[in-house]
Design a binder for this molecule. Structure first.
Ligand SMILES: [Zn+2]
Length: 206
């Protein structure tokens, strides 16, 4: 039996399993019996194990492969910090972040330029940072967009959706209906493109 954390909630209508940073979390209504919860975990065991594997694989070690916009790159634990061809030569997590930001500037810059031109917001300044909890931000006062350098480990379509999201904040700071009207006028499939990345685990060096 896989170890799990149980959370009972009054406003919860059905059993639910989530995986967060390698931990299995079960949310349950108050009335559900322990037997039913155990049974539910058994029924979903395959899915749980798969999810744990996916999250585990985001902990990278020497020789592992990581996809950069769909192109395989190799992790090489070394005594330097550089990206050459399709290899990250790094010592630790900090180097990985530096290389990620370096690569993101190269790979995201052409996308950003193209998008800013298309939505006619050429004067927006753009910075790339290895954020841990957000994909991007927009500061209207400084007219600056910050993009998460880890976007290079998602897909180009997703990166475009994030860039457009931040562009829409130029017109509307809040996530109001007007905000989504603007965003979806540029990208009707916005929500569909975003949904697979809701629980994305940022890659890390083990
Ligand atoms: Zn936003």
């Amino acid at each position: 039996m896989i170890p799990y954390k149980l959370i009972r909630k009054g406003n919860c209508k059905r059993l639910r399993i989530r995986i967060r940073q390698g931990e299995v979390i079960v949310t349950s209504p108050y009335y559900e019996s322990d037997e039913r919860i155990t049974q539910f975990l058994k029924e979903n065991q395959e899915w749980i194990v798969n999810q744990l594997n996916i999250q585990q694989s985001s902990l990278l070690k020497d020789g592992d492969t990581i996809s950069v916009f769909g192109k395989p790159y190799t992790i090489c634990i070394s005594h330097t910090c550089l990206v050459k061809d399709t290899t990250f030569y790094i010592r630790h997590q900090k180097d990985f972040e530096l290389c990620t930001t370096f690569l993101s500037e190269n790979l995201l810059e052409p996308l950003v330029k193209d998008i800013l031109r298309q939505v006619k917001l050429n004067d927006i300044k753009v910075q790339y940072k290895p954020f841990k909890s957000k994909w991007g931000s927009f500061n209207a006062r400084t007219n600056t967009m910050k993009l998460n350098s880890y976007l290079i480990y998602t897909s180009k379509a997703f990166a475009i959706s994030v860039i457009l999201h931040e562009c829409a904040h130029y017109y509307e700071m809040n996530h109001s209906k007007r905000f989504y009207d603007i965003l979806e006028s540029w990208l009707p499939d916005y929500k569909k493109i975003q949904s697979p990345y809701k629980h994305f685990t940022f890659p890390q060096i083990q």
